[in-house]
Design a protein around this ligand. Structure first.
Ligand code: FMN
Length: 387
């Protein structure tokens, strides 16, 4: 399997599908109910047209992007994705290390397999931490303290996952975060490289961040039982205010789609919002992030950073988001395909593909640096929110 032969994210996806058992690949790939939302995320980007612009030669494109006082190499980073250790042992740390090497942000998932303390000092300084609020506020606050102690400067609260969603692929496959059931394991015989690593690492993913709170921290089942009893915590607005009080770094709220919620986040002191429908994994009939984005951005009115994820598979998707005014973009599945297909080199390949495509699009539309991307480069009908 040659990572460097992958021309685009779709080819990395095919490589990932070959390496992973069906039940595991389905977990990455799948979404809620009919998976209309997943297609919609992709199609909503494809519907938007970028306008070529001539006589503005851009030999060197500078994608350097300033965000929250840091200078990143590109205007996109790696979204939080749980269970990365199941796709490849040490997956979370590979994502963190690849992000550090590429100088892009990596958001450590609230349901990752590694522990915050497993991150190297440099990787932690580059990482953001994503929290799913849980039932025990003291434990949430302790996790947040551990993130701060590790040197993490940005906390992301994901708010769209309080409802346990109906992901029919997972239900059909009998898939749960606790590991693979016997039947999916049989199918895994056709993916020996993955199966060997799965069995060598104990056969069940560990949720490192929750180990200190479990009845038996050394027992993966005990940690799993604790975690599923703790989250979700059904947060209220007061909880956001509470996190604003205790978290001294940058605070970002992820999963916002309603402009009114965005305004409330800003009023609570959030520094940023990630407009996201969780990659189509939560509410199947939610709007594509890119469709609702202009309304959220207008409501926030420059008072916080407005970022976006869900459906990004091409550099042109990132260009479109930037033209709509996104301050930053995140990718979920794109870098997971890279991780599954080829570990750190695979993740870096995914980042390089997106970066090169974005540079090419920038040249087409006459944008030499990130601040050049703007509404003037999009088909006008998509620039102004209707109504
Ligand atoms: C396998 C997988 C696991 C995910 N786990 C989390 C998570 O733990 N926390 C979170 O906030 N979002 C999670 N997400 C959502 C991503 O952060 C992101 O919103 C989404 O993947 C973006 O859509 P895309 O995959 O089309 O890029 C997950 C997504 C996937 C595909």
């Amino acid at each position: 399997m040659r990572i460097d032969r992958a021309l685009n994210i779709a080819e990395l996806r095919r490589q990932a599908a070959r390496r992973l058992p069906k039940a595991v690949f389905d977990y990455i790939e799948g979404g809620a109910e009919d998976e209309i939302g997943i297609d919609e995320n992709i199609n909503a980007f494809a519907r938007r047209k970028l306008l070529p612009k001539f006589f503005t030669p851009c030999a060197d494109i500078n994608l350097t992007t300033e965000l929250f006082g840091k200078s990143y190499a590109t205007p996109f980073g790696i979204a939080p994705t749980g269970l990365a250790g199941l796709f490849r042992p040490g997956g979370d740390l590979m994502l963190a290390d690849a992000a550090l090497a590429e100088n892009i942000p990596y958001v450590m998932s609230g349901t990752c397999n590694a522990a915050i303390e497993d991150l190297s000092q440099d990787a932690a300084r580059n990482a953001w931490y994503q929290l799913y609020t849980g039932r025990d506020k003291k434990i949430d606050e302790d996790i947040v303290r551990r993130a701060a102690d590790a040197g993490i400067e940005t906390l992301v609260l994901t708010v769209d996952s309080e409802v346990r969603t109906k992901r029919e692929r997972d239900l059909r496959n009998g898939f749960s975060g606790a590991g693979l059931k016997p039947l999916p394991l049989l199918e895994a015989l056709r993916h020996p490289a993955w199966l060997t690593s799965y069995l060598l690492t104990g056969g069940r993913p560990r949720f490192g961040n929750f180990a200190p709170y479990a009845a038996d921290p050394s027992d993966v089942v005990s940690v799993w039982n604790f975690m599923i009893g703790h989250i979700p915590g059904n947060p209220e607005w007061e909880d956001l205010d509470r996190f604003r009080r205790i978290w001294k770094g940058k605070l970002v709220v992820k999963g916002i789609l309603h402009p009114d919620d965005a305004v409330r986040c800003v009023e609570s002191g959030a520094d940023g919002i990630i407009v996201s429908n969780h990659g189509g994994r939560q509410l199947d009939r939610a709007p594509a992030s890119v469709d609702i984005f202009p309304f959220v951005r207008a409501a926030v009115d420059g008072r916080a950073k407005v970022m976006l994820d869900s459906g990004v598979r091409r550099g042109s998707d990132i260009a479109t988001a930037l033209c709509l005014g996104a301050d930053f973009v995140f990718v979920g599945r794109a870098t997971l395909y890279g991780l599954a297909a080829g570990g750190v080199p695979g993740i870096r390949r995914a980042v390089a593909i997106l970066r090169q495509e974005l540079e090419t699009v920038g040249r087409h539309i006459g944008c030499g640096c990130v601040s050049d991307f703007g509404s003037g480069h999009l088909m006008p009908s998509f620039v102004v929110p209707a109504g």
